[in-house]
Design a protein around this ligand. Structure first.
Ligand code: AMP
Ligand code: MN
Ligand code: MN
Ligand code: MN
Length: 278
């Protein structure tokens, strides 16, 4: 069984449609793929239908934009939520709020870019997002279009979207997110918890508190973790009695990592299924 529990489609900042993500998963020999677009379940229906057609299993997921407000400035972190009830009203309302906050933040980032002489408009950026959850990779497209960056990664340089024009989002308090996911019957897994390449990471004490608040697992095998960081995450998961997952965090052409680059053990996948409330 080949299982990849973290991918993105055009419903957020990936470049393949949900059906194309499933086709890519099948072509890579995966048996199970989770679609985990940022702050939305919008791709699930299309992905499920495509998965049924090609005979692989689609797991509905979300990568929720969270923040830990225990330090100043607060630290951003990502929570993967599997198998939630997409109709859960409280969770749905919070996702709508975060997506709206992303739009307002993108508007303010466009203003910062314009003040630096980049003639980008919000209409152009909305075009790149094409109705999906808006994020910095869509602003990156505007820079690529202007020759200011060759790739999305280059557009995340500190003097561009990485720091200079980066603004915080009004994310979900991580403990509220854990409550919402559990109340919606889902299974929460902390995405790339040691990815220092992305910025500050939360301390182990916070992860222990998250475990006590319903966290089910830690994503250990991820391209943004070094071998040493993967080992640290495994050790911490063992200490806290959490499962460990592995996944590609596939974004199509917006990143270089192929789908199926890292995988989750079948026994862990079974445990995730068993922990979800039907
Ligand atoms: P946002 O959620 O708007 O802050 O944008 C963050 C997204 O940008 C992440 O989900 C990644 O998909 C992408 N990203 C972050 N850092 C990089 C990077 N160095 N290279 C390419 N994509 C990145
Ligand atoms: Mn992303
Ligand atoms: Mn992430
Ligand atoms: Mn992701």
């Amino acid at each position: 069984m080949r299982i990849d529990l973290h991918t993105h489609s055009t419903r957020s900042d990936g470049t393949l449609t949900p059906a194309e993500v499933v086709a890519a998963a099948a072509a890579a020999g995966l048996d199970v793929v989770a679609l985990t677009d940022h702050d939305t379940t919008a791709g699930w229906a299309e992905a499920s239908a495509a998965a049924e057609a090609v005979g692989i299993r689609l797991v509905g997921g979300i990568e929720i934009s969270c923040r830990w407000y225990g330090v100043e400035p607060a630290i951003a972190l990502h929570l993967l939520a599997y198998l939630v009830d997409p109709a859960d009203a409280a969770l749905h309302a919070e996702l709508v709020r975060v997506r709206d906050a992303r739009v307002h933040r993108a508007e303010r980032m466009v203003e910062l870019m314009r003040a630096d002489g980049v003639d980008v408009t919000m209409d152009e950026v909305r075009g790149y997002a094409a109705g999906g959850t808006i994020g910095r990779p869509h602003l990156a497209q505007a820079l690529i279009r202007r020759g200011m960056a060759g790739t999305v990664s280059e557009a995340f340089a500190p003097h561009l979207l990485g720091e200079r024009w980066r603004l915080p989002k009004d994310d979900v308090d991580v403990f509220r997110a854990l409550d919402l996911v559990r109340a919606a019957g889902g299974v929460p897994v902390f995405a790339h918890p040691r990815a220092t390449v992305r910025g500050r990471v939360v301390p182990d004490e916070l992860i222990a508190k998250m475990a006590a608040a319903g966290l089910f697992g830690l994503e250990a095998d991820h391209a943004d973790h070094t071998p040493a960081q993967r080992a640290e995450v495994r050790a911490l998961a063992a200490d806290l009695d959490l499962v460990v997952t592995g996944s590609s965090d596939f974004h199509g052409a917006n990143k270089t990592i192929p789908i199926g680059a890292d995988l989750t053990a079948p026994a862990v996948f079974e445990a995730v299924l068993a922990a979800a409330r039907p």
